[in-house]
Design a protein. Structure first.
Length: 277
């Protein structure tokens, strides 16, 4: 019988005072801005992000872009586990698994992942029990609907209050099952209009205060940037400025972690911002 896992926490962020910088490493053929790198060939890209200043690499094998189709669990495992294993063989840095499936999370942790980033907020069957058994930090995110339908006219009475209420409910349920280290993500771009996303960015500090949890913000290359600047059509080429601005706004509002594609540029911006405080 395998011995129970010990609770593992993240080391302090590289940038004194934070926030942590999470580098996005998608190993999917259909990610909205950076997919197409497969297998262990993706590992050098992750290592380069660590060299550029990332604190943690977030490996994902299923696109959650608006309209994305789900991926079978076996296929997702085949995509992410070799990459995580290759990264772990080369570095002691934290690695996150971006998945909605507890089976994928378990295989990823066994391969060397440190954190579970769940856009479905541990709502999949068996997710709460798996998260408790893994003894790793877990990110629970708000999403209205699911990726295929989440942008079909999202509506809220009060987006900030509604998201906080959802997260607090999920926190209570997770803690009741024994999940110890919980982070929250308001889900920028996941079932939100431009106005909803802006309201959430403005209220990152409130989200952290009312959930009493560290907040992760993932706004990098999201469509709301194009909604603000019509020239930012191409996610990978045209949204760097907006992505950095969103990361700085999040940091100024006490985000504990920012999830980004362009690590070096974001880290530099955060260093300059931190130097002025």
């Amino acid at each position: 019988m395998r011995a129970p896992m010990k609770q593992i926490a993240l080391p302090p962020p590289k940038l004194v005072g934070g926030p942590y910088v999470m580098g996005v490493l998608n190993v999917t053929p259909d990610s909205f801005s950076d997919g197409g790198i497969n297998g262990v060939a993706a590992a050098p890209r992750g290592l380069a992000m660590l060299e550029a200043g990332a604190d943690i690499i977030d490996v994902g094998g299923e696109s959650t872009r608006p309209g994305a189709d789900p991926v079978e669990e076996r296929e997702e495992i085949m995509r992410v586990v070799p990459v995580i294993a290759a990264l772990r063989a080369a570095t002691k840095a934290p690695i996150s698994i971006d998945t909605m499936k507890p089976g994928v999370a378990l295989e990823a942790i066994n391969a060397g992942a440190t954190m579970w980033n769940d856009v479905n907020a541990l709502r999949s069957p068996g997710a709460l029990e798996t998260a408790a058994s893994l003894h790793r930090p877990v990110v629970i995110m708000h999403m209205q609907g699911e990726p295929r339908t989440m942008q079909n006219e999202p509506r809220y009475d009060d987006v900030v209050a509604d998201v906080i209420a959802f997260l607090r409910t999920r926190i209570r349920e997770a803690e009741a099952r024994g999940v110890e280290d919980i982070w929250v993500d308001p889900g920028i771009g996941f079932g939100k209009t431009l106005e909803h996303n802006i309201d959430l960015l403005r209220n990152v500090a409130r989200i952290g205060e009312e959930t009493r949890k560290p907040v992760l913000i993932g706004a990098s290359r999201k469509r709301f940037i194009h909604a603000i600047d019509e020239r930012a059509k191409d996610a990978g080429r045209d949204r760097l400025g907006g992505s950095i601005a969103a990361a700085l706004i999040a940091a100024q509002n006490n985000a504990a972690m920012v999830r980004v594609h362009d690590v070096a540029e974001t880290v530099q911006a955060l260093k300059v911002w931190r130097a002025t405080l």
